[in-house]
Design a protein around this ligand. Sequence first.
Ligand code: FAD
Length: 143
Amino acid sequence: MQLTQLLYASTICDELSVDEINMILKSSRKNNPGSGLTGLLYFNRRYFLQCIEGARTEVNETFHRIQQDTRHKNIVILHYSEISERFFPNWGMGYLTESSATQSVYIRFANNPLFNPYLMKGESALGMIKALKALKSGQQSQT
Ligand code: FAD
């Protein structure tokens, strides 16, 4: 199996309600475990940044489905590589939304207070998603 990681950015088509975001997470968490996929979705009310990892075929199939989704547009791959181990082994799809803590993470990687994934280098975006994972793991261990 070729373990693969894909990171992309996209923009919402219209305002998305909390219920609609929950629907996306529900579908992800329903489908991803069966496909052996793990990852993290970050959303700042305008842009998505999502990392998906797993077997290459499954990553590509799911990404193809995500690209057809009319809830977002301008889907741009920021990073794609083979990996030796997963960053998110326990998350069918972790989720984080914008907060002052995530904004600090973004400033570290983009030197800019306004999150815009399209302006980021792939490596910076990957660094950011790893830092978001550390942030989320820290939040979980405090609850
Ligand atoms: P269901 O889960 O049964 O669909 C549930 C409901 O979602 C539908 O009844 C409908 O109301 C709504 N819906 C489904 N597809 C669409 C669509 N194309 N446009 C508008 N509404 C729709 N799916 C994953 O499996 N894994 C992921 O990691 C993942 N990440 C996503 C990230 C983003 C930013 C977005 C926007 C979508 C993501 N999705 C993901 C959802 C994906 O695009 C498909 O909608 C989903 O995989 C379809 O699954 P399903 O056939 O089991 O439908």
